[in-house]
Every structure is written in structure tokens, then in C-alpha cells.
Design a protein around this ligand. Structure first.
Ligand code: GLP
Length: 264
């Protein structure tokens, strides 16, 4: 696991965006796994900036999002579908036909989940999966207790997650209690995983994810099993780590992740 610690949340978001940008520059038909939440917004802004500066072409990129609330349609202001178009897709040259999110309105959710898995396979698998982390350590909506071998499925949100996400809704009663989410097993099949976390409220979950024992009680710990996982943190999210010096030392030998590759 490569751990990159940046001085600020803004710098961490830029680093994550540059890693995604380099994936797209190196492989213009990349399949990206994308995430929602407050954390990646700064990364999406940087990707939009690079696109507008003529440095990033999304025309051949395919995307799969991690999760969607059950019961919220694409036009609902708080659906993850709407989030992705408002915060990224509408501002870049991605082909909407290549964009995939779980269908929170599917009449047969079990079949829709199996179909989502099939679509990922048909696209050739996910090259780079961006992830956030919940304060309870969840990745996507894989709440504590989720099988580390789980696949795309229906999941009940933990009470803590409902409380955390209530800030996006008028009232906490409006937060859906169910979601469709890629499973931990689905996520681990991505060729590369990129976990981005910022802020002191993520420090405990991050310590568990990186330095704790593998456990379904913090599903981000499953990334310890992934052969190509990168974690990008700001200082606050890194503040509970006990081996910060070792991560900084290792990073000093690595290429600068903010450096954009040349398209040639
Ligand atoms: C949500 C999403 C996750 C996200 C997490 C953190 O519940 N399902 O994919 O990583 O919350 O969100 P935030 O970045 O807003 O803290």
C-alpha cells in the first residue's frame, strides 16, 4: 500500500486527480471507477480544469460509480447520478453512453445488481477505482460487517452513515436507508485502487484501514489485500497513523505523483 500524505485537503485532492489524469493520458480508453461524497469534489474540479486546459480527453473513457441510493431517480437532487453529472460529467467531454451508475429505481434490484457486475466485466474490468471512506471505515456503502468477498448488492446504511450523510438532505428522515453498492470483492478486482481521505473526522477510520488488522468491521482494511492500492491523505486524516515517518520516507523514493505524463 502506497501512502501519500499532502499538507492540505486541496493538495490531496489535486494529487488524486493527477493520478486519475495520468491513468487516462496513458490509456485513453480507461475504465474508471468513481466515487461520490464531499471528499472527491476537489479532485473532480482539478480534472475539469485539466480538461478545459486541453490536457485531458475523456471521449473514450468509460466510468462505473460505486453506489446509488435506492428510491432516488437520476433527476433527484441528492441522487449520486445527479451528483456525478453536476460535479463532473456535464463539464467534461465524456460520452453519457459510457457512464454507468447502479439503478436505484430498478424494479428487480437483485437482477440489476447482477447486470451491473456483468457490465463491468464486459467493459474489461475497472482500471482505476477512486474511493472515499466513511467515518465507520466503509468503502462505497460496504458498512461494517459486510463480507470482504461481497459483490454488487442491496445494503442497509448504518445509522452513523445516515447521520453523516444527512448534511446533504433537508432532514435526516429524507436520507434513504437502502443503497445499491459494489461489493468489497468487486472493488478488489479493480486493477488499481485509489483511496482519498481528508479531515480529522476520517483519522480513526484511516488508521484502522492502513494499520489495523484485516476486518469486516472496517471494510477499507480489505485494501491491504490489493496489490496496487494507493492512499492519498491530508495531514488531518493521517494524524492518527503511527508510521507517518516510514510512509514519508518511502514516498521520498517514489516519482512525484503530481507530475503529469506527456500524452506522446
Ligand atoms: C458515502 C459514500 C462513500 C463515500 C463516503 C464518504 O456514504 N457511499 O462512497 O466515500 O460516504 O463521504 P464524504 O466524502 O462526504 O465524507
Amino acid at each position: 500500500m502506497r501512502v501519500i500524505i499532502r499538507p492540505s485537503a486541496t493538495a490531496a485532492c489535486v494529487t488524486a486527480a493527477r493520478i486519475i489524469a495520468n491513468q487516462v493520458i496513458g490509456q485513453p480508453d480507461s475504465v474508471l471507477g468513481l466515487a461520490t461524497g464531499g471528499t472527491p469534489l476537489g479532485s473532480y474540479q482539478e480534472l475539469i480544469r485539466l480538461h478545459r486546459a486541453g490536457q485531458l480527453d475523456f471521449s473514450r473513457v468509460t466510468t462505473f460509480n460505486l453506489d446509488e441510493y435506492v428510491g432516488l431517480g437520476p433527476q433527484h437532487a441528492q441522487s449520486y447520478h445527479r451528483f456525478m453529472f453536476s460535479n463532473l460529467f456535464d463539464a467534461i467531454n465524456i460520452d453519457p453512453q459510457r457512464v454507468h451508475l447502479p439503478d436505484g429505481l430498478a424494479s428487480d434490484l437483485t437482477e440489476a445488481c447482477a447486470d451491473y457486475e456483468r457490465q463491468i466485466v464486459e467493459a474489461g474490468g475497472i482500471d482505476l477505482q477512486l474511493l472515499g471512506i466513511g467515518t465507520d471505515g466503509h468503502i462505497a456503502f460496504n458498512e461494517p460487517g459486510s463480507s470482504l468477498a461481497s459483490r454488487t448488492r442491496l445494503k442497509t446504511l448504518a445509522r452513523q452513515t445516515v447521520d453523516d450523510n444527512a448534511r446533504f438532505f433537508d432532514h435526516s428522515d429524507d436520507v434513504p436507508r437502502l443503497a445499491v453498492t459494489m461489493g468489497v470483492g468487486t472493488i478488489l478486482e479493480s486493477r488499481q485502487c485509489l483511496l482519498l481521505a481528508t479531515g480529522e473526522n476520517k483519522a480513526a477510520a484511516i488508521r484502522g484501514a492502513i494499520e489495523g488488522p484485516l476486518t469486516s468491521q472496517n471494510t477499507a482494511t480489505a485494501l491491504q489485500l490489493h496489490p496496487a492500492a494507493i492512499v492519498v491523505l491530508d495531514q488531518e486524516a493521517a494524524s492518527w497513523l503511527s508510521r507517518i515517518d516510514a510512509y514519508r520516507h518511502a514516498e521520498s523514493y517514489m516519482p512525484d505523483p503530481d507530475q503529469l505524463e506527456s500524452a506522446d
